[in-house]
Ligand binder design. Sequence first.
Ligand code: GLU
Length: 452
Amino acid sequence: MTTRSETRTALDHLLTEIEHRNPAQPEFHQAAHEVLETLAPVLAARPEYAEPGLVERLVEPERQVIFRVPWQDDQGRVHVNRGFRVEFNSALGPYKGGLRFHPSVNLGVIKFLGFEQVFKNALTGLGIGGGKGGSDFDPHGRSDAEVMRFCQSFMTELYRHIGEHTDVPAGDIGVGGREIGYLFGQYRRITNRWEAGVLTGKGAGWGGSLIRPEATGYGNVLFAAAMLRERGEDLEGQTAVVSGSGNVAIYTIEKLAALGANAVTCSDSSGYVVDEKGIDVELLKQVKEVERGRVDTYAERRGSSARFVPGGRVWEVPADLALPSATQNELDENDAATLVRNGVKAVSEGANMPATPEAVHLLQRSGVAFGPGKAANAGGVAVSALEMAQNHARTSWTAARVEEELTRIMNDIHTTCHETADRYGAPGDYVTGANIAGFERVADAMLAQGVI
Ligand code: GLU
């Protein structure tokens, strides 16, 4: 019988090895740490999981593709970007996960996102494995024609590696409906196949699912509501700080308002907006999605209730709830201390790994309900899987039906995380609950399928 402390020592060795074998990938190390440090109880309690090689296989992607993406700008100058697709784990279904186009993208970032995705996708209860991809291309300030040429060049290599039964990319930061359209067009052209299920996040008129654009933000609010319910509270009348101003932030703000709460902030890399009356989501959509502008324009147009704070951190605005919806490591220990001082009740991650490990520990120690991204933001990929189901059946569901499924899935994820945390002696710890529950599902499938 392995004791917990023996298991912990073995996991520590493995973490050291991960750092050596994957140098200069701090985000991947951080994501691996965050999961492995919560697995000791389940490995000690269930000896089949301690089988040599299981966790070692789980932290090693099944396949990693890196490729050159050359493209010409509107002046005819040639640019060379780097493309990635990390196919992390397919024990539960085809690799599934988004593409991120952002200058910060490198292999370590894509691996951290792919690793998170494996557990997140398992938590949805649907048949999807985990993967992630992207490029260090920066779409900001680029014309539609430049973005189209980039996407076409990117897909000219990526198409060899994907397929509805193999690997199904979608959007992430910098990749929305416009990019998915160009990517899908090039895939169709190269393969001469109408293979709707090869990408998700498509337009509603050509194979996309209703509610997919809304799903990540809506799902995070539903998860936060479930955490509050557990504490005998609801969203009615609560104020929220939301960071970011992309797809996740916009639909988080929209759903908070629909459920009686009030989001008073949004942000981008230039600073944040605080709006006493609550963010006007239609104006934000106009500025960000139609005009592709910045949040200071929102503040200018909104009038006296809103003010733009250049370079500030959104977490300094007092609120009952915090929903980080921008990017990794955007909420550190100091920010967490500020939130706690201001009486925050719940923090729920719309982005992937937005809170640093120190921030998470501080929030949990202070009794704040903390929803980790792999549970709280799983609504996006869950509706992607529903989009695949609709594509496969050559049908499309009503918005009401998709939203009903999304609500059920988010509530189920909350219950699973909560019960799993209880079962392993960590009541109220959604990080442990999410990691162990996701791990159990993937690990069972990997054990059943042999050493591959
Ligand atoms: N990029 C999203 C995520 O982080 C969605 C992935 C998908 O829909 O495949 O989960």
